[in-house]
Write a protein that binds this ligand. Structure first.
Ligand SMILES: [Zn+2]
Length: 267
């Protein structure tokens, strides 16, 4: 939130000054980051389940990238993670011991040594740090968008409000020095959950989470150049082309999954 303050106008800052941001420690919901308004009380809630699952997704996608694996293998891992979290909740509720969360290395059956080498490399740390920071910043900026755009004053939120909050989040992220290109991991997680539950009714089985990934890749391409530490590192180590190839692979996912993204999402 610190990096957002200087970018808020006085109206937005006045609203956000009243918003309490909290992590709900006992909320194991994977999907439910939410902005809430009750009269003059405003808040943004991050469920612990989402934060933990997203952490694993970030670890997994960083490893998937560095190992040069197919993106679909990364998506399979994300499905596994959302599945294990759901089973953990059921087990905990039934007073049983929750199943262990598999690492990406375990999931793809890397050797112990290979996994350790990858997961302790400097590149891996940088990928993780960048994806984690930019992903959570984007989610927070999206919820700020709901607060400052008055979406919480009416009854339920609409698709248009979601798109508008996404657009707001892209602008705020970029102005605050975050990079929406690297903010895709929470949306891959949402995509996996939507696919499991059929939550989204706009397409038959395929999730719009993937569409949001593409929207962010496109709007973030300029901002990529400003992500100093990360992009400099990529350039110095000749990883730039590889990184952008991998982004192109992500951008192709909706097509490959036969998805037709709503036009305004992929502006
Ligand atoms: Zn929203």
């Amino acid at each position: 939130m610190d990096r957002f303050w200087p970018e808020l106008d006085s109206y937005e800052a006045a609203i956000m000054g009243t918003v309490e941001i909290s992590v709900d420690r006992y909320d194991w919901n994977l999907y439910g980051v939410r902005a809430v308004r009750r009269g003059s009380e405003r808040s943004i809630h991050f469920p612990m389940g989402f934060l933990i699952a997203n952490l694993y997704v970030v670890w997994g996608m960083a490893a998937n990238e560095l190992a040069g694996h197919d993106k679909d293998l990364g998506l399979d891992y994300i499905h596994e993670i959302s599945d294990v979290v759901k089973r953990s909740v059921r087990a905990t509720n039934a007073g049983q011991r929750p199943p262990p969360m598999p690492s990406y290395g375990e999931f793809v059956r890397m050797s112990e040594a290979e996994w350790r080498r990858l997961a302790t490399s400097e590149q891996y740390m940088l990928y993780v740090e960048a994806m984690m920071g930019d992903g959570l910043a984007f989610i927070l900026a999206h919820e700020i968008g709901h607060h400052v755009q008055g979406h919480l004053d009416g009854p339920a939120s609409s698709l248009q409000e979601e798109l508008s909050a996404d657009n707001y989040a892209v602008g705020l992220s970029i102005n605050s020095g975050f990079n929406p290109i690297l903010a895709f991991t929470p949306f891959l997680l949402f995509a996996a959950i939507e696919n499991d539950t059929g939550v989204y009714d706009g397409t038959s089985t395929h999730p719009p989470g993937l569409c949001r990934v593409v929207m962010m890749l496109r709007s973030g391409s300029d901002a990529a150049l400003r992500e100093e530490g990360f992009m400099e590192y990529l350039t110095e180590n000749n990883l730039r082309d590889e990184w952008f190839e991998s982004q192109a692979e992500l951008a192709a996912l909706p097509d490959e999954h036969g998805m037709d993204c709503p036009e305004s999402r992929t502006r």
